[in-house]
Design a protein around this ligand. Structure first.
Ligand code: PHB
Length: 387
């Protein structure tokens, strides 16, 4: 048998095991794949800490079974993600896969979820189309169209007439650019140029010089979590703030993981996103306090995607009494619950998350920088799926 056919046979066998009479072992396993090293390591560190917090708070049992969480490091390399997913399904017989720090890592794993009928909880990656790559994908993070549409509307209503966009050149950046531009133009705005930087080794100096020369009212930016601090530094060094060019962005740029170290240049930056560590609810205050006590750093939106993702898997395991496959998937669909970010729903049709999107401004409070929410759009479905 060819290697590929051999893999398919193994995955099909895993699917049978998941759907049929499971060996009544007392333990069920969840396979989490995260970038714990490499350029996206902050995403892995945040989600790993959130998973540990969830287990510490809620215990390691679900559906009458002991739950074992296996965390694997893919270093942000898609071939590694795929190999690890295969091993987790075939050798470890996990009932669910989870994690996925970047879009290409989620897309590389989708066929494995489909072939083995293993529910795959995307806790981080945020390109709209990911949930369409497999009927076994469920998402607890967000989508870029959710974030980008709201900030485009805010900008058009707040004296921003001419904009340049700057995004990272891959899935979520394409989504951010497309949905920002179409909403902004619909509201009468003028887009002077659309700039892109590569995912790896981005140097913002040349594009920032170009933005300076174009002199828009505002620069709209999407960069994946982890790149915001470097960008913000160069934005300040190039004097764009002093030149009167407003910075608007999705919340990935003023990421709570790095925000506190960004300094004064970040003050006043307006962004849209689904989570801020400053979200003023009792549940979030407790989440942030517990997280900081355990992890010694501030949770960001990735942490919330991980913590909520654990909730979705555990509640589903409660329903299925530990069984996996289609039953577990069905039990994930339609979950409605309060998250540290606000009320959320796992849409049963799309398997994507429906959530509030907040408009926030960076402010200093008690000596620390926060994304302070001042407006909200309630129950936003992914605009990428309304077409
Ligand atoms: C993604 O690759 O889908 C991604 C990563 C980081 C973000 C947003 C999207 O902040």
């Amino acid at each position: 048998m060819s290697t590929r056919r051999h893999h398919l046979a193994l995955l099909a066998a895993a699917a049978l095991a998941a759907g049929g009479a499971m060996a009544q072992s007392d333990t069920v396993k969840i396979g989490v794949i995260l970038p714990m090293t490499g350029p996206s390591a902050s995403t892995g560190r945040q989600i790993d800490a959130a998973i540990k917090l969830w287990l510490a708070q809620n215990g390691v049992r679900a559906g009458g079974r002991k739950v074992e969480v296996l965390v694997k490091d893919d270093a942000g390399v898609a071939d590694t993600t795929r190999r690890l997913a295969q091993e987790l399904v075939v050798n470890d017989k996990v009932v669910a896969l989870a994690g996925f720090g970047l879009t290409p890592l989620a897309l590389a794993t989708a066929p494995i979820a489909t072939q083995s009928k293993t529910p795959m909880l995307v806790m981080a990656a945020a390109t709209s189309s990911i949930t369409e790559a497999s009927p076994y994908i469920v998402r607890s993070s967000f989508t870029l169209p959710q974030a980008a549409v709201s900030i485009a509307e805010w900008a058009a209503k707040n004296k921003v007439k001419k904009v340049v966009t700057l995004v990272t050149d891959y899935g979520p950046g394409n989504d951010a650019e497309k949905f920002f531009v179409s909403q902004f133009q619909l509201n009468g705005g003028n887009v002077l140029d659309k700039l892109r930087t590569p995912l790896r080794g981005a140097d913002f100096a040349p594009v920032l010089q170009k933005v300076r020369d174009l002199a828009p009212d505002a620069l709209f930016v999407f960069l994946p979590s982890g790149q915001g601090a470097q960008f913000m530094k160069q934005f300040g060094e190039r004097g764009l703030d002093k030149a009167g060019i407003r910075l608007i962005a999705t919340g990935d740029v003023t990421d709570d993981d790095q925000l506190n170290d960004m300094g004064d240049v970040a003050l006043g930056v307006v962004t849209s996103h689904h989570y801020s560590a400053a979200h003023p609810s009792a549940m979030n205050r407790k989440f942030v306090a517990d997280f900081q006590a355990a992890a010694k750093f501030r949770p960001n939106f990735m942490a919330v995607g991980g913590w909520d993702g654990m909730r979705v898997i555990f509640k589903a395991l409660d329903t299925t009494k530990g069984a996996g496959g289609d039953a577990l998937l069905a039990a994930m669909k339609g979950q409605l619950f309060e998250s540290p970010r606000g009320q959320v729903l796992i849409d049963a049709q799309t398997r994507d998350i429906v959530q509030d999107i907040y408009i926030r401004k960076v402010e200093r409070k008690d000596g620390q920088l926060y994304n302070v929410e001042f407006d909200v759009q309630k129950s936003v479905k992914d605009p990428g799926k309304l077409k």
